[in-house]
Design a protein around this ligand. Structure first.
Ligand code: KG4
Ligand code: ZN
Length: 354
């Protein structure tokens, strides 16, 4: 008889996805139920915090039930409750954290508050039930977390050692995708739409700036790129609603050129970081890690210098609770416990959280 599996219940409500997951032994996904609120926020071109919180409140318990049913486990079988405590929208985070505390208290199980970005990184170590386990994590490594809210480079030394090496000084990479997509009339979220359009465009059609590439640091800046794209549209008179057809014809080239400017900087700075800290492996994480050009170009660059590269499948790149369960389990194994006074934090420190 096999040993009893340890079950972590993961809860994620930091932004516009409500998600519950059951993960065995910190790595095997038994269920990962994700309800995206994209339809709700689409018409506003971005997430409306109060609407997001209210949707989380309405859907949390039904989704928790689905996650347990899909995993074939009862609530009482849960050994650990892991919940995103930040970064994120405070009202949205409060829904998940309050529910997690109520469950941990009622079930008399340990509770761990998880840093959302640690969750994104840990998506790399998950496996679907029935699949072969992925290779063990490789340390030391560099992680590039690129999402709608973040563009950060981290050093991962193993045993919970994490250090932030650099990050964006203004817009996050995903935010740049979303803002440009809105200007181009492509809806929200913009990343997947630009990714698709770019596949049939010419990345050299427009020469957009590669910000901070020459500077000797590991920081990013994407607001200048956004301005450059908008200026180009303005200069050609393409923001005029009467010239929609002309704009439509240029969309693939605009998308490909914008994306190339983003990807060039992300790849170059990630490799620079890996070189500086002597990393053996690169982990990509966050919604933008689903981007095909980023994956391709990073794979080529990593191979050239003999570095390993991993990225999660697209569904685990964007927000989900399985990644929160995985990071929560790792933190719990490292001795982390939170009390029922756990609070949300819109900008928690990452250090010591794994
Ligand atoms: O990680 P995530 O789900 O949420 C945050 O924590 O922010 O990331 C969402 C972001 C959005 O900005 C979305 O446009 C972007 O990830 N994204 C993509 C792709 N898929 C999602 N960006 C570029 N290419 C994609 N294929
Ligand atoms: Zn996220």
């Amino acid at each position: 008889m096999s040993a009893r599996r340890h079950l972590t219940l993961g809860i994620e409500t930091s932004c516009d996805e409500t998600s519950f997951a059951v993960v065995a032994d910190g790595r095997v996904i038994l269920s990962n139920v994700i309800l995206s609120q994209t339809d709700l926020h689409q018409r506003y071109g971005g997430v409306v915090p109060e609407l997001a919180s209210r949707r989380h409140v309405a859907n949390a318990v039904p989704l928790l039930r689905s996650a347990l049913a899909e995993a074939g486990v009862a609530l009482e079988d849960v050994d650990l409750v892991a919940v995103t405590r930040g970064p994120g929208l405070v009202g949205a985070l409060l829904v998940g954290v309050s529910l997690a505390k109520a469950l941990a208290w009622a079930l008399e199980r340990p509770l761990v508050g998880v840093h959302h970005l640690a969750g994104h990184v840990y998506a790399n170590f998950l496996v679907e039930a029935g699949q072969d386990a992925p290779a063990e994590p490789v340390w030391p490594a560099v992680a590039l977390v690129v999402s709608g809210g973040h563009t950060d480079l981290f050093y991962l030394g193993g045993s919970g050692r994490v250090e932030r090496l650099g990050g964006t000084r203004d817009d996050a990479a995903g935010e740049a995708y979303d803002k440009i997509a809105r200007e181009l009339g492509l809806g929200y979220p913009g990343g997947p739409a630009i990714d698709r359009l770019a596949e049939r465009g010419n990345p050299a059609a427009f020469a957009f700036p590669r910000a901070m590439l020459e500077e000797d640091n590991l920081d990013f800046s994407f607001s200048g790129l956004k301005t450059a794209v908008l200026y180009e549209l303005e200069r050609r008179g393409l923001r005029d609603p009467d010239r929609r057809e002309e704009l439509a014809a240029l969309l693939p080239d605009l998308a490909a050129s914008f994306q190339q400017a983003v990807v060039d900087v992300l790849v170059e700075k990630t490799l620079r970081a890996a070189r500086q800290v002597g990393a053996r492996h690169i982990y990509l994480a966050g919604g933008v890690a689903a981007n095909r050009q980023l994956r391709r170009q990073m794979a080529r660059a990593a191979e050239e210098v003999g570095l390993g590269l991993s990225y999660p499948p697209p569904v685990l790149c964007t927000d989900n609770a399985a990644m929160i369960a995985a990071a929560g389990y790792a933190a719990w194994r490292n001795g982390r416990r939170d009390g029922l006074d756990l609070d949300v934090d819109p900008d928690p420190p990452l250090e010591g959280l794994l």
